[in-house]
Ligand binder design. Sequence first.
Ligand SMILES: [Ca+2]
Ligand SMILES: [Ca+2]
Ligand SMILES: [Ca+2]
Length: 406
Amino acid sequence: MFRTKALLGVLFVVSVASISNAANIIYVDVNGPNTPGTGSYEDPFRRIQDAIDSADSNDTVIVAEGVYTGDPNNRDLHLDGKTITIRSTDPNDPNVVANTIIDPNHLGRSFYFHSGEDTNCVVAGFTLQNGATDDGSGGAIYCRDSSPTIRNCVIIKNTAMFWSGGGIYFNNSESTIRNCIIAGNSARATGGGVKCVSCSNLAIINCTISGNSAEWQQGEGIFCFESTVSINNSIIRGNGLEQIHDATGGDATVTYSDVQNGWSGTGNIDTDPCFASFDANGEPSIWDFHLQSAYGRCDPNNQTWVTDSNTSPCIDAGDPNSDWGDEPWPNGKRINMGAYGGTNQASMNGNPADFDIDRSVNFVDFAKFSDKWFAQEFCIEDLSNNGVVDFGDFRMFAENWLWQRE
Ligand SMILES: [Ca+2]
Ligand SMILES: [Ca+2]
Ligand SMILES: [Ca+2]
C-alpha cells in the first residue's frame, strides 16, 4: 500500500513538472504577415533571432522555407545558453533542407555558440551558405565551450577569412554532426571544412565532406588538434592536398569511411565515391552528393529516381551495426556511407526480388515471397509498395526470376 501511494506521489510530481515545463513551438516565416510577429503559427516571427530570444529552454523553433538573409537578426544566431531545437519544417526531407536557407551574405556567421549550450541544443535541416567571419574562426558555425547537435544540414560556401574552420569551428566542444554535407567552404589558415581544437570530443556520422580548402593546405577537410574526433560512415574526399590533419597523432578515429589517400581503421576504403555531380574546382551550388547507382539514385532536381552505369562502392559499405533507417529497398540491409546514408534518399543496390541478398533470385526468395502472400502490410515482398502482397507483386517477382549478379 505504501509503495502504491509513493508511486502515485511520484507520478503526480512528474506530471506537474511536465506541465510546468511544457515545451512550446515558436514559428518563423520570412514571408510572414507582420514584423516582428508573435511566433504563433498564424503570426510567425520573420527573423530567426527574434524567435530564439522569445524561447525558453526545451522549446522548439520551426523555420519555414525561405531565404533568411539581410537582417542582422537572421545571422550570428546566438542562444544565450538556452537548450533549444532550431529546425526547418522537415529536416529529413532534403528538398525542404535545400529551400530553408540561412545566408549571411558574408556579413557574419549563421550560428555563434559561445554560452555553454549542451548537446540537447539541436540545429537541424538547414542550408547554411555564404557565412563569413573576419574576426576569427568558423565561417558558418562557431562553437566555443558549447556542444550543439548539428544534423541534416548542408553547409556550403562559407569562409573563415582570417583564420580556421571554413565550415565549422569547435573549441572545447562535444558536438555530434550527423547526415550533413560540408562542401565548398574555405579557410585562411587550416581546416577548410571543420576545425576541432582544445579538448573537443566530436562525432562525425554519415557526413560528406568534400571540396573544402585551406590556404595553409593542412586539414583541408578536417583539422584536429588535441581533441578526439570519431568519424563513421562518412565520405571525405576532394579537399585539396590533405583530407584529415591529425596534429597530435591519435586524435582522429575513422571507421567505415571513404577517405581520399586512405586512413587506417576498420571498414575504411579509398576509392571514387561516384558522386552524381562533383568537380572540386567547379561551382559548389550545383554539386550533387547522391551516390551513383545502376539500381536507383534520387535525382533531386527532377524529383525522380534515375539509374547510372556505375554503382558507388560507398553504397552498403557503412558500419554493419548502424541502423539503415529509412533507406528504400533494395538497401542491402546495410547503411550507405555519406550524408544520404540511412535516409529516404539513399541510393539503392541489388535486385528488389533478392530478399535474402545473396545476389540471385531463386526458390529461397520465392519461399519468402510465398510466406507473405496476401499480407496486408508494407514489406520488402510488397514489390509494388502499395501495402498488399498480391498478383501485381507476383508479376514483378516473375520478371526478376533467376536474376544473378555478376
Ligand atoms: Ca544501403
Ligand atoms: Ca536471393
Ligand atoms: Ca503490392
